[in-house]
Design a protein around this ligand. Structure first.
Ligand SMILES: [Zn+2]
Length: 422
């Protein structure tokens, strides 16, 4: 009886083992067939296309303002979006967790600065910008064009590229449109910019035309180097100074290149606000509705709302963080300088109804004390507030556009805030 039971148990275990082997084989076959199915039916181009999708979800009826969603390999950007600037791969004084907590969708790093230090190849060795910075959301890099023409000592500018000396140590470099793309490939940002020659204000029409034509040639060369890289979305840059006919010509040329995104450069470089808005007005009709539009170097609250009304989607600017380090903070009633002695005994927050970490915990008087004594915490706290203010302004703007109330929202905001914000 005992022997019979042992035999039965042995056969039963053998049977169970056979069944489990068959099941695991079936599972493996199923997994393999799924991979095979995907490889067979999803061509590479289909996978490529899925990396970046831009969709306008709501268009304002009275203005050109729009709400959109830009999907990238590192997540979604809700537009209109303000893009905090991390020039040297850090938004000064902020940790990635803090940026995420205040609702940052995307940040911008600077190709020129990172090429000079630590070097784009070192960034690549450290795993690329996302891994190095521990920022797993979308990143934009600019091409370095603006910095080369505004910071570095220029030696020679030709259609092939720019020979310049570093503003740090005087070392000589030659930056070409192809190299600007390669640097951005090494950095590994999601959204990258074509190399452009920025004509600073004031600038003669002849020079602005030359810079624009060179920017166009560089955009063609940059496009060839990029070659539809499905991990990065290339933006062509419109130039042309403050001259409406040049801006139109540039908008037409860059649009016809059919790159995935379009940026407007050479804005906010010293021209008046009226001139800046005029540029956006003349360029607007040439921009395809289906593509994201980035405005380089614009980020004051007034300019943000005016540019959104003219159909722009994303904006990067050092202004909110730079002025914060000098003690200037935004409130709904305008800009304040906390270093002013009138705040020394002020026990209230920067702004009563602000939900940022700074306003929930600290008084204007304490912040003034930190700023005056140059304590690091002071600039951290003012930076937190200003970024929160601008990001919250974008959130409220998106909501207003969705509700069809953008014009009233803009009017009410500007009435209270005023136009002195820079
Ligand atoms: Zn606040």
């Amino acid at each position: 009886m005992l022997l019979l039971t042992e035999d039965f148990c042995g056969v039963f275990h053998f049977y169970l083992r056979c069944v489990s082997v068959v099941i695991s084989l079936l599972v493996q076959v199923q997994v393999d067939s799924r991979i095979w199915f995907k490889r067979f039916f999803y061509s590479k181009s289909m996978i490529k296309k899925k990396q970046f999708i831009f969709k306008v979800v709501r268009q304002d009826r009275q203005t050109k303002a729009r709400v959109g969603i830009l999907r990238t390999p590192h997540g979604v950007i809700h537009t209109p979006a303000f893009v905090p600037v991390g020039t040297l791969a850090t938004v000064k004084t902020m940790t990635p967790e803090e940026l995420t907590a205040m609702g940052t969708d995307v940040i911008l790093a600077n190709a020129y600065h990172l090429y000079l230090q630590p070097g784009d190849k070192i960034v690549k060795k450290l795993g690329g910008l996302h891994k190095m910075m521990q920022w797993d959301k979308p990143i934009i890099t600019d091409s370095g064009g603006f910095q080369v023409f505004s910071l570095a000592k220029l030696n020679r500018v030709t259609d092939r590229g720019v020979e310049f000396q570093s503003h740090l140590d005087g070392s000589r470099h030659f930056l070409t449109p192809q190299k600007a793309i390669q640097i951005q490939q090494n950095l590994g940002a999601d959204l990258i910019m074509s190399f452009d020659q920025c004509s600073l204000y004031p600038c003669s029409k002849k020079l602005a035309k030359e810079a624009m034509e060179r920017t166009h040639k560089w955009a063609v060369l940059g496009k060839k180097t990029w070659q539809g890289n499905y991990r990065q979305m290339l933006f062509g840059v419109i130039q042309g100074g403050v001259f409406p006919d040049l801006r139109q010509e540039s908008a037409k040329f860059i649009t016809e290149l059919d790159l995935p995104g379009i940026a407007i450069g050479g804005i906010s470089v010293g021209e008046t606000r009226k001139q800046m808005y005029q540029v956006l007005d003349v360029v607007g009709p040439f921009l395809p509705k289906s593509k994201p539009r980035h405005l380089l170097g614009v980020g004051s609250p007034v300019d943000l709302l005016e540019s959104i009304a003219r159909g722009m989607d994303t904006f990067d600017c050092v202004l909110p963080t730079r002025i914060a380090r000098n003690g200037a903070v935004y409130t709904r009633s305008g800009r304040l300088n906390l270093r002013n002695c009138k705040f020394a005994r002020d026990s209230g927050p920067i702004e009563k109804n602000c939900r940022c970490y700074t306003c929930r915990n600290f008084s204007r008087g304490y912040l003034r004390h930190l700023l005056v004594t140059k304590e690091i915490l002071g600039v951290r706290l003012t930076t937190i507030h200003n970024l929160y203010f601008v990001l919250s302004l974008m959130r409220r703007t998106r909501a207003a556009i969705k509700q069809g109330k953008f014009s009233a929202f803009k009017r009410n905001f500007l009435k209270k805030f005023g136009r002195k914000d820079v």
